[in-house]
Design a binder for this molecule. Structure first.
Ligand code: UD1
Ligand code: CA
Length: 484
């Protein structure tokens, strides 16, 4: 039997997350390019539920806005005061009722702070729940330190009877290392009824959803506990230490996927990737590299060491080292760096070379062209087979507006040029060293703008007498007189 399509997934995300000590609500903290809540919703989405309900409370404007961006069709249920997990689920049930939805079939309940949760684990829970015909099935886990968690309580025959919260547990119950993950599969119709019967008569004075287990069992329904094989999947993030640990574990999982797909990751401990990153076969990711957003590394490309790429495409066989790039397209067989900075809209066509201390923004560099050294290329269209001399600046900004520069195919521009935009250098044109290109250069012309050089003889000895420069000049002059 395979899991049915759940009637709903309910995600609890109203708590404050005080231990984060943050202005930002806990569930909006990010690891690997996605919020904690976003990771849970991604796992939930794999079940293709008919609807997703997120219970919001603390900082609900921020959480709701985030939800609109990532899961616009989620229903939000507001829990004004955080009166417990049972109360939160009741708010979800009532929000659906207000929309005319009466739950029936399987309903999955999760928390918003477990970013390592996988869709397949939820699917395993739903399958176990439906196969057993349970009213509720708890996802449990065995953990080395169960302190703080609700415990899975079993009778003398090992039959699951209830969940007891840590604060309410006896010594014997506290010794149990099987804990409640806070994730459950429920019969939706029974859940809708039982949330009205939870009492707040307990250590915390809150309505516990966990009490639903004993209540439903008392009514003669079947209840079950399904143990998760990987406890890290159900561990919630409560503070920044756990946030870092979750990031490390998720990163390792993502890197493993890339390596199993045929990419080499030289040093997984110093390589960080986001969830949507892709790498082709025989791609090599060198140490100290971060690949963020929707970055894609093509087959056989080499990225790193010490490189940060965000939303950047790296073509087949390209080599990118010691580089920072954002929203850039790096074509096949391109070389970038060391020490290059590619900004949004940088597009390097096949075989381009962008070298050391080169910044490129909103510009196309045509096939096989080279910008090898110390140059800023902004708002330019550079043709094919072009060589841009060292230390040049595309002067794109007149203080008010940005303008474009066009460099024609096979142009050769000298070192230390300024291209004062808007300006065009024609196909096959040359420019001399130090040229300030203010006017268009016709195809095949040589543009020079520097005046001819004038030497003022003896200036240093007259104006800077006694300095090491003046002394060196005197020695050189004496030497050349002796030579004569
Ligand atoms: C809960 C369980 C516990 C389980 C643990 C797993 C209850 C009574 N206990 O404990 O058995 O071992 O989770 O992590 O359910 N929330 C709301 N509104 C509220 C209270 C909580 O939305 O009024 C949300 C929180 O934002 C969080 C989740 O529910 O996402 C769990 O709340 P939390 O306070 O962490 O529950 P625990 O006491 O840890
Ligand atoms: Ca918790």
């Amino acid at each position: 039997m395979s899991a049915s399509r759940p009637a709903a997934v309910i995600v609890l995300a109203a708590g404050e997350g005080t231990r984060m000590k943050s202005r930002r609500p806990k569930v909006l903290h990010e690891i690997c390019g996605r919020s904690l809540l976003g990771h849970v919703l991604a796992a939930a989405a794999e079940l293709e539920p008919e609807r997703t309900v997120v219970v919001v409370g603390h900082a609900r404007e921020q959480v709701t806005e985030h939800l609109k961006a990532i899961t616009p069709d989620a229903v939000t249920a507001v829990q004004e005061e955080q009166n417990g997990t049972g109360h939160a689920v009741r708010m979800a049930v009532e929000a659906l009722r207000a929309q005319g939805v009466e739950l029936s079939g399987t309903v999955v309940l999760t928390c918003g702070d477990t970013p390592l949760l996988r869709g397949e684990t939820l699917r395993g829970l739903v399958t176990a729940h439906e196969e057993a015909g349970n009213a509720v099935t708890v996802l449990s886990a065995r953990v080395p330190d169960p302190t703080g968690y609700g415990r899975v309580v079993r009778d003398a025959d090992g039959v699951f009877t209830a969940i007891v919260e840590h604060a309410d547990a006896t010594e014997a119950q506290r010794a149990v290392d099987e804990i409640n993950s806070g994730m459950y599969a429920f019969d939706g119709a029974l859940l809708s009824q039982v949330v009205h019967r939870l009492s707040a008569d307990n250590a915390k004075g809150e309505e516990y959803i966990t009490d639903a287990v004993a209540l439903l069992r008392g009514d003669g329904h079947r209840v079950g506990a399904h143990t998760a094989s990987d406890r890290t999947e159900v561990e919630g993030v409560n503070d920044r230490v756990q946030l870092a640990e979750a990031r490390r574990l998720l990163n390792a999982r993502l890197l493993e996927r890339l390596m199993r797909g045929g990419a080499t990751v030289v040093d997984p401990a110093s390589t960080w990737v986001d969830v949507d990153v892709e790498a082709g076969r025989d791609a090599v990711i060198e140490p100290q590299t971060q690949l963020q957003g929707r970055t894609v590394v093509g087959e056989g490309a080499q990225v790193g060491p010490s490189t940060v790429l965000c939303d950047t495409e790296v073509g087949e066989g390209a080599a990118v080292s010691h580089t920072v790039a954002r929203e850039a397209v790096i074509g096949a067989e391109v070389t970038v760096g060391p020490y290059a900075y590619l900004r949004p809209g940088a597009r390097l066509e096949r075989g381009v070379k962008v070298g050391t201390y080169v910044e490129v923004k909103n510009s196309v560099v045509g096939e096989g062209s080279k910008v090898p050294h110390l140059t800023y290329v902004g708002d330019a269209d550079i043709g094919r087979g072009v060589n841009i001399g060292a230390s040049s600046v595309f002067v794109n900004y007149d203080g008010v507006n940005k303008h474009r520069t066009v460099i024609g195919d096979h142009a050769r521009t000298g070192s230390d040029n300024m291209f004062v935009a808007p300006v065009r250098v024609g196909d096959g044109a040359y420019t001399g060293a130090g040229t300030v290109v203010r006017e268009d250069v016709p195809p095949g012309a040589l543009a020079v703008s520097a005046g001819s050089q004038r030497n003022i003889e003896g200036w240093v000895e007259r104006k800077r007498p006694g300095t090491p420069s003046a002394q060196a000049a005197e020695r050189a002059r004496a030497g050349s007189e002796e030579d004569r």
